[in-house]
Design a protein. Structure first.
Ligand SMILES: Nc1nc2c(ncn2[C@@H]2O[C@H](COP(=O)(O)OP(=O)(O)OP(=O)(O)O)[C@@H](O)[C@H]2O)c(=O)[nH]1
Ligand SMILES: [Mg+2]
Length: 426
């Protein structure tokens, strides 16, 4: 993947004018951050207060006139919109402004495309992009360029081939979508096999979930000694990483995965189903938030994550709120957080503050459900015995003619996984 232009280094190729239709306030900082991550400079912004975007133009017609003047004056060459536009809104707005228009979804898709490294990640992003482009009768080249088969220099929002090409492209796109779906099904099956192996190891699965840039990867590294990439940019991690974690004599698995954002494009939720499944099937979800954000931001980000968790049906997994970046907080804010989120754990993945508490909390979440089990493990299953040692910490074993009789205390979810060896019915 070619490195992307940094907006700071000289004059950026793409100079965006950011716009938003918001019920109140004028905060487009997240869109600007997204654009920055995509290598696009923001040269101005305009907000219109409205309950809902205008159905034809996104902003009201008068506001669009104002925008036209402002964007020209700021020497912008693209207009970036803080929502996903309908194809009609996008077409109309481009015609009115005589300038390319990109929406929030296109920017996020572009970032994902730039950050996908594994074969699985690339397939998932390509599928999401194709589905997005299909709805817009856009040429295939937008994603082909990403794959290194580009037709010249583009950038987000630049247009592809003429109308005559589009029908052919649509047909090709449909074929490609079918092929991608098939390959992703295959990936998903592989992932299920891997997961089954991990489950056969009977270890508890802990997933790190949360808003993008909250510090999930940093936390995984701090807790498990992993070396997952960390950067101050959005959607740095797209591919899940799993590491083991030893706590009070028991072994756990911890998985870091893709971050969430407000208005997460549904094409991505769809395409990333295999990846998101890691979170859905976790025994415990650590919901990581950036506690250095102001309270209303923190609440909005937390809600956005909860919504996605609901959407992928991970809403019912036990969850612990982890307030990260404690090192950036003053005493007053610490007190406020303790008051507002009494069940949360305050940590700093950077300084290590609170990590002991977090580990204790993870262990406690499983220990709450500890059950005494008696298992009879046949001598032929030595692997199962060693798994039991990992997961139970302490256990008693007696050799019998039929196998090893083991008494141990196991978290409920784990006891269930050993169910077939049970001799005490638990
Ligand atoms: N001050 C401070 N910065 C932190 C802390 N944890 C993470 N960061 C910084 O926050 C930024 C994002 O960290 P990541 O670990 O990449 O965040 P992430 O949640 O994995 O982000 P995505 O993979 O993009 O979703 C990086 O610049 C980190 O150095 C912390 O405890 N304190
Ligand atoms: Mg990450």
């Amino acid at each position: 993947m070619a490195s992307r232009p940094e907006p700071e280094s000289g004059r950026a190729k793409q100079r965006a004018f950011a716009i938003g239709a918001l019920p109140e306030g004028d905060d487009l900082s997240e869109l600007r951050e997204l654009l920055h991550t995509a290598g696009v400079a923001t040269v101005g912004q305009l907000v219109q207060h409205r309950e809902k975007p205008h159905p034809n133009l996104y902003l009201g017609p008068g506001k669009v006139d104002e925008l036209k003047t402002l964007a020209k004056a700021a020497d912008a060459n693209v207009v970036a919109v803080d929502d996903e536009l309908s194809p009609r809104q996008e077409r109309n707005l481009e015609r009115e402004l005589d300038m390319p228009v990109i929406d929030r979804t296109a920017v996020i898709l572009d970032i994902f495309a730039g950050h996908a490294h594994t074969a699985e990640g690339k397939l998932q992003v390509e599928l999401a992009q194709l589905e997005y482009n299909m709805a817009r009768m856009r040429g295939l080249w937008t994603h082909l360029e990403r794959l290194g088969a580009g037709r010249g220099v583009g950038g987000i929002g630049t247009r592809g081939p003429g109308e005559s090409q589009i029908e052919t492209d649509r047909r090709l796109a449909r074929d490609r979508i079918t092929a991608l779906r098939r390959r992703l099904d295959h990936v998903k099956a592989n992932r299920a096999v891997q997961r089954a192996e991990r489950e056969r190891a009977h270890l508890p699965n802990v997933a790190l979930a949360g808003y993008t840039n909250a510090g999930k990867s940093t936390l995984l590294n701090a807790l498990t000694g992993a070396t997952v990439g960390v950067r101050d940019r959005l959607f740095h991690t797209l591919d899940p990483t799993t590491r083991t974690l030893r706590l009070q004599g028991r072994t756990y698995l911890m998985t870091d995965t893709v971050g969430f954002i407000r208005k997460l494009p549904h094409q991505l939720v769809d395409a990333f189903a295999a990846t998101l499944e890691e979170t859905r099937l976790a025994d415990l979800v650590l919901h990581v938030v950036d506690a250095s954000e102001p309270e209303d931001e923190l609440v909005a980000m937390t809600r956005a994550v909860d919504d996605v968790l609901e959407e992928i049906h991970a809403g019912s997994s036990p969850r612990v709120l982890v307030l990260n970046k404690a090192d950036k907080l003053d005493e007053e804010r610490r007190d406020e957080l303790a008051f507002r989120h009494p069940d949360a754990v305050l940590v700093s993945a950077i300084t290590g503050e609170g990590l002991d508490d977090l580990q204790e909390r993870v262990a406690a979440e499983f220990e709450r459900t500890l059950r005494d089990v008696e298992l009879l493990v046949p001598y032929s299953e030595g692997g199962t015995l060693s798994d039991l040692h990992d997961v139970a910490g302490e256990l008693e074993r007696t050799d019998t003619p039929d196998g090893v009789l083991v008494t141990a205390r196991l978290p409920a979810v784990i006891a269930d996984r050993f169910g077939r060896y049970s001799v005490n019915g638990r």
